[in-house]
Design a protein around this ligand. Structure first.
Ligand code: BGC
Length: 762
């Protein structure tokens, strides 16, 4: 606190002295004048962040600016002489990540753990996501942060990517519109976002050195498309370049990516920053248009100056980047002197979390209307470790320091249910014993970032289960998964259920069925898991995702029917990992070892698949449902899938051409007995093109109805710009809309179409 005061006073004094001497001041003079007054050292200082405490932070002011908001990921360098303050950047996609406590005070600085991005995408509701973004951005503002390092919108190329929970979807339109909504919401507070990680960052294994070898077409149509949508629609203040290389060049060193595409083609006017410690050559980064190097190391400054001195980098390149950073600083609350409160309305935000989470939960199975729970159900037997230790969100920079997480059993108790006490104590004793064994290694500086060792699952004995079933009305079995940056997920035991989990589902369901009672599986996961082998066993499956700090209350709201589930999958759940189009081109050792065992190969053949230096995106544009539908591959749950407690009817599809767009309408009627929302998904099939293979159909627009009472209907209008029908033709280096007959289909999901109209494009 004292250091912060000294720093503030020193800054004020220097600024006053500078003003007296007539030195240009940011905000009072033009940016050009300020840049003209800067020494080369000052310019270079501005291009480099102030380091990261405990992680090679080696610049002079590291301590001072980092105490502005403890726990923030980084700050820029202040230059008091020119009236340039430091600005603060902090994660992340599920809410602001700062330290919840500070030295010398008992005050707390908790933030709201909102639902993870994958859940938000499952709402298919852009208004809702904007609303969440508004609340998230308010915490950014009120805790004195200037730029939120989110949203993250890399494509779910492979279900094993450890950060998929931070990302939205396997589809670029859904990802791009979700990121736009989040950006608009956050930035409506007068703070900025950083769209990340730009681009083709689809795995964690060797993330800082891996080369994503991807065709130009797949890049444009799949991996860049979402960024293009969000940049054009929502004007993000900043973009974060990714760690990886793309076709041999680090993203942060690629002028093609950061200047030609992002700026010249999409008109992005903001700042590009590196991911933390990303890239290798600072001079190349500056020339590429990567303005800010984060978190910043003194050697980077020396390398930039050396490059200027030996003529490999021009001062003009430096100036362009410096100006962009100054323009960013001018917009920030810190520059404007906003008096932040450190007291955002956490209660109101908890309510937003609870409501938004219910809307993104996906009902996967519901035999004989098991859900909503019938009124006679009073006592619940809750199985699975995660029923008692619910996972609010993933780990790493996508984590949030929230004050609490409502567990499933707490949520059920809040909703008036009684938890079967024998089951509860069985679990609590087991969890306590396991936690004793699994204490994290506090000496590892990354410990706070890594997933903690979770207690192992167990199956109660048949006699115990029979007794529980006789004392309770229904069984819930929660299956939990967690992951985060630095590591990808593994196949057995993570993507697939463990044998114990399989046995738990079977044994509990059998025991309850024997007594005429039902068993429901709750999936508390951040990414896709295998479901085909066991989904027929329980009576219902609710995919709750990692739903933020109100998780237990949100799940209870859906189980009781207070909220009718309207979530739809933003990705495909395949029948088997090996059906994933990138299954064999996803480098990680456990998979390789397992493949060796599966294939009976030797050490040498295992090495062949351990290609951790590069990843070939051989599937091209055929990612997710674009592959499964085109190749007619059966899946466990298709993209866009989700059940409701109600039924919806789709009638009267129309289409007309207006200006350079198509306008489709469809009537959606709730023909069930409970009120609820439906998602309208518009897929378009392009005419066949022998030279440029087209997916069977692609999502081109979507919308969510309002809450429809039984018997009522709503007309939904969806607009598709003609340009949005284009494919990227590598030979012509252009987007091309083929002439011919297009099928516009309304789907319940990517597989099941309910209405179709054809229209010609000439
Ligand atoms: C992550 C970024 C994050 C940054 C700052 C990196 O490790 O990849 O997503 O914003 O750290 O915490």
């Amino acid at each position: 606190m004292k250091r912060l005061w000294i720093y503030t006073m020193a800054t004020l004094l220097l600024t006053l002295t500078a003003c007296e001497q007539g030195v240009p001041q940011l905000g009072k003079n033009t940016v050009d004048d300020v840049v003209a007054a800067m020494t080369l050292n000052e310019k270079v200082t501005l291009l480099i962040g102030t380091g990261m405490a405990g992680f090679m932070g080696d610049s002079a002011v590291v301590g001072e600016t980092q105490s502005l908001v403890p726990g923030a990921a980084g700050t820029t360098h202040p230059i008091p002489r020119l009236g340039i303050p430091a600005i603060v950047l902090a994660d992340g996609p599920a809410g602001l990540r700062i330290s919840p406590t500070r030295e010398g005070t008992n005050d707390t600085y908790y933030c709201t753990a909102f639902p993870v991005a994958t859940l938000l995408a499952s709402t298919w509701n852009t208004d809702l996501v904007e609303h969440v973004g508004k609340a998230m951005g308010n915490e950014v503002l009120e805790y004195g942060v200037d730029v939120l390092l989110a949203p993250a919108l890399n494509i779910h190329r492979n279900p094993l990517c450890g950060r998929n929970f931070e990302y939205y979807s396997e589809d670029p339109l859904l990802a791009g519109l979700m990121a736009s909504a989040m950006t608009k919401g956050v930035q409506s507070n007068g703070v900025g976002v950083s769209l990340k990680h730009f681009a083709a960052n689809n795995q964690e294994t060797n993330r800082m050195g891996n080369d994503s070898r991807v065709s130009e077409r797949a890049l444009r149509e799949i991996y860049l498309k979402g960024f293009e949508i969000a940049v054009k629609e929502a004007n993000p203040w900043t973009v974060m370049s990714s760690y990886n290389k793309i076709n041999g060049t680090y993203a942060s060193e690629s002028r093609t990516l950061l200047t030609d595409i992002l700026r010249s083609t999409w008109n992005f006017e903001g700042v590009v920053m590196t991911d933390w410690f990303g890239g290798r050559n600072p001079a190349d980064q500056v020339h590429a248009g990567n303005d800010l190097l984060m978190p910043g190391r003194a050697e980077q400054g020396k390398a930039i100056i050396a490059a200027i001195e030996d003529g490999t980098l021009s001062v003009e390149d430096v100036d362009v980047n410096v100006k962009r950073i100054l323009n960013l600083i001018l917009e920030t609350p810190r520059f404007k002197g906003y008096a932040y409160s450190n007291k955002p309305n956490l209660e109101a935000h908890a309510q937003i979390t609870r409501n938004s989470a219910t809307e993104g939960m996906v009902l996967l199975e519901n035999k004989a209307n098991t859900l909503p729970l019938q009124s006679g159900i009073k006592t619940v037997a809750a199985y699975g470790i995660t029923s008692y230790d619910f996972i609010a969100g993933g780990t790493g920079s996508g984590d949030v320091n929230e004050a609490y997480t409502v567990s499933l059993f707490e949520g059920l108790e809040n909703a008036g249910y009684t938890i079967e006490k024998d089951v509860e104590s069985l679990y609590e004793n087991h969890i306590q014993a396991e936690n004793e064994k699994n204490k994290p290694d506090e000496s590892n500086p990354l410990a706070a970032f890594l997933p903690k060792n979770r207690p192992s699952e167990f199956v109660p004995t048949t006699a115990q289960l029979a007794q529980h079933a006789s004392r309770s009305d229904v069984a819930l079995i929660t299956i939990g998964r967690n992951s985060g940056e630095f590591a990808d997920r593994v196949l057995p035991g993570d993507f697939e259920l463990t044998d114990v989990e399989q046995q738990l589902i079977k044994a509990v369901t059998q025991a309850f069925h024997k007594q005429g009672k039902k068993a429901i599986v709750i999936l508390n996961i951040g990414g896709v898991i295998e479901t085909a082998s066991w989904k027929a066993i329980p009576d219902a499956i609710l995919l709750a995702w990692q739903a933020g700090q109100e998780s237990g209350n949100s799940v209870a709201d859906v189980l009781t029917g207070k909220v009718n589930p309207s979530g739809r999958l933003p990705m495909t759940f395949p029948n088997s990992y090996w059906d994933v189009p990138s299954a064999n081109n996803f480098p990680y050792e456990v998979l390789a070892d397992q493949r060796r065992n599966l294939m009976g190969g030797d050490e040498a053949s295992a090495k062949e698949v351990k290609n951790i230096d590069y990843t070939d995106y051989t599937e091209g544009i055929f990612v997710g449902y674009r592959y499964y539908e085109t190749d007619r591959k059966l899946v466990s749950y298709p993209f866009g899938y989700g059940l409701s407690y109600s039924t919806f009817e789709y009638t009267n599809p129309t289409i007309k051409q207006v200006d350079k767009a198509f306008e489709c309408t469809i009537d959606v009627k709730n023909i069930g007995t409970l009120s609820g929302k439906a998602v309208v998904q518009l897929y378009v099939a392009a005419p066949e093109n022998k030279a440029l293979a087209k997916p069977l159909r692609e999502l081109r627009a979507f919308a969510k109805t309002s809450e429809l009472q039984p018997g009522t209907s709503e007309t939904i209008t969806l607009r598709v710009n003609t340009d949005a029908l284009a494919s990227y033709d590598e030979h012509r280096e252009a987007w091309v809309v083929d002439k011919g007959l297009y099928q516009f289909c309304i789907g319940q999901n990517a597989h099941d179409m309910v209405a179709q109209i054809n229209i010609s494009v000439n």
